[in-house]
Each structure stands twice: as structure tokens, then as C-alpha cells.
Design a protein around this ligand. Sequence first.
Ligand SMILES: Cc1ncc(COP(=O)(O)O)c(C=O)c1O
Length: 396
Amino acid sequence: MNKALQTELRLAKRMARLGTETAFEVLVKARALEAKGRDIVHLEIGEPDFDTPENIIDAGCDALHKGFTHYGPSAGLPQLREVIAQYVSGTRRVNATPDEVVVVPGGKPIIFFTILALVEEGDEVIYPNPGFPIYESMIHFLGAKAVPIQLREDLDFRLDVDELGGLINDRTKLIILNSPQNPTGGVLTKQDIASIARAIGDRDIMVLSDEIYSRLIFEGEHHSIMSVDGMKERCILLDGFSKTYAMTGWRMGYGVMRADLATHIARLMTNSNSCTASFTQVAGIEAIRGPQGSVDGMCAKFKQRRDIMVTGLNQIKGFSCRLPKGAFYVFPNIQKTEWPSKKLADALLDEAGVAALSGTAFGDFGEGYLRFSVANSIENIEKALDRVGAWAKKNL
Ligand SMILES: Cc1ncc(COP(=O)(O)O)c(C=O)c1O
């Protein structure tokens, strides 16, 4: 028989329930247009356009030369776990210990592992919508029920705590919070956090608090539910290096949680990645311990760009945009254009050469909105505004 054997791909059923992150798909489409000679302004992807600060790069290179090229402990290098425990103790005003820290390759694995470790089929998980698409994807993948809590524009994209209270029931296993928020830039206030903790009360519900943008706050302060009395035991804090130190490609994040849960999350690391890259972790120590001027500098630049973007969008017909208080996204309301979000995002890419994301890439409650990342130069942001403005004049 010389004919190649044709076999059917028999995927596991659960793969049909796995979602994705549209930003990567739009990036591929935008790059394909560029390959054909088109000029595209990239406002789709959520990563700082800055280079990793020099002191961190030096620490990583130095670590490579010093032999940090081998496997390390699954939960992370003890020195880094110690530094993270101190950092979290200071910033969240809790007593966090190294055995409560698990270092993983990026913030994302903490989402995956937490849901994998805690949530059974049929359990309910409350998550922000519009929100980071990986939450919904992972909840569905594991056969749990995804219960969206809508983030409301009239609340500056915070959640309504009474509404949250109404969604909590005996089947609720986990609540996911994200502040500062992707995609809206919404920031929960101290009062919100306290009210959320009150709504949970003494129920045995865990909270995954995604605080990956905790250092990118433009107004006010960052508040963590971990700081609320009685919540630390029920909280898994997610933070990391990708956004704060422009280290997206290094792949390093961490979770802080009760020590008994940390051992299970570390076991998931043993089963999946073995460990986070060792030299990367040494660079992580320098990131937290070294000078923090670059973090403040990047935050100031994002704020300046946010202001330009929001002012510019508000002058475009059919667009209205609130001033986000954190992260590096703006989330304009485009309902007055009378275009569905996805169709508008596609048209802006194809016809105006501006890559943005449809609000629906972040869940059903994202309909009527677009997300633009301001992790790009002022020059490019102004170019994008000119293009979108010209497109709107012609088409709306
Ligand atoms: C809210 C949120 N959580 C987690 C992540 C994942 O970050 P990392 O690249 O470190 O995995 C992102 C990245 O965009 C994010 O926006």
C-alpha cells in the first residue's frame, strides 16, 4: 500500500470548549496585511512597547553566565519566593511567607492552575465581563458554569456589588476579580473591595484576584481584596512581571495563596512546566529589588498617551470614551456608530490600517465597545486617531 494513510483527527471533546485570546489572531491578520505592503498601526496587543529595563537584562545575562541554566524547584527559586513574599507583604499589608508563593511562566498559568485545582464540573465561577477572555475560556474548558458579572460603563467599568451579591449562591466556588482591569481600565475602589468582601461574608468561596496591572494606576491607589481582614485565606493573588517591568517575553508571574493550596499548584507546575526558567527568576529578583524608576516612567508615559487617545476618540463621530484609571487600554463606546463591534474593528483594520479589538473579544457585554491599547508611541497613537477620524467621516 503506497497511499498515505488518512486518519481522522479525534480531538477530546473538551477542546471544543476552549476559547482563545483574539489579540493574537488580530496580530496575525495585521502582520499578513503588512506583508502585503500595508502600513498598520498596532493598537491590538496588550504589551508594553518599552524594552525591559537594562538592570534586569544584565541580571538575566549574568545569571546565564553563572549557571542558572538548569531545572529549579517547581514552586520557584527560594530566593525569588522570599523577595515576592516580602513585596506582597508590603504592598498588600499582609503577612505573606515564601511557602505561599508559586512562581510560574507568566500570569496566565495561575488562572489555569487555580481553576484546575479548585473548580469541579458544574461548579459556578463568577468572572468579570467584559474581561480577560482566558477566564471564560478556562471555566468552560473545565466544565464549570461561567457566571458573568457585568462591568458597567456608568460605574467607570466597576462592578455593581449588589448585582454580585445576587449571583453568589451555594454552587459558587470561585469569584474572579481583576483590577486594574483589562480591557476597560476600570479600577475597584477601597470601598468596592470592602463591599465585595462583605457580600462574600464567611462563605467558603475562593477569590482569584488578578492584579497584574497593580502598578499601572493613574488615579488613586491600588487596593487588593487580600488586604481585607479574613480574606487572605480565601484569596489567590495573581501578579507578575510582564506588564510592570515590560517582561512579557520572559514569561514570569506568580500566585500568592494559602500554603496548602500552593503545594498543589506547585504539583501542577511539576506536571506541566517542571519549573519557570531559572535565569529569568534571577532577573525577577533584580526587577523587584532594583531601582523602580523605570516602572514610574512607563506609567507616566501610558498616562500621557491615554489622555491623548481619550481626547482624540471623543472628537470622532459615534465614539465616546471614559478616562480609564489604570492599565494601558481605552474602551470607547461605539454604539452611536450603529456598527456591531466586530464589524467595526474589522473595517478599521482593513480600511483604515488601525488594529484594535472588538469589545466582544472580551465577552458578550463587550458588544458596543472597542479596545485600543495605548502601548504605542504618541506618534502612532496620533496617526491612528487621524485614520479612524477620517474613516468615520467617510463611513458614518
Ligand atoms: C488581566 C490579565 N491577566 C493576566 C494576563 C497574563 O499575563 P502574562 O503575559 O504574564 O501571562 C494578562 C495579559 O494580557 C491580563 O491582561
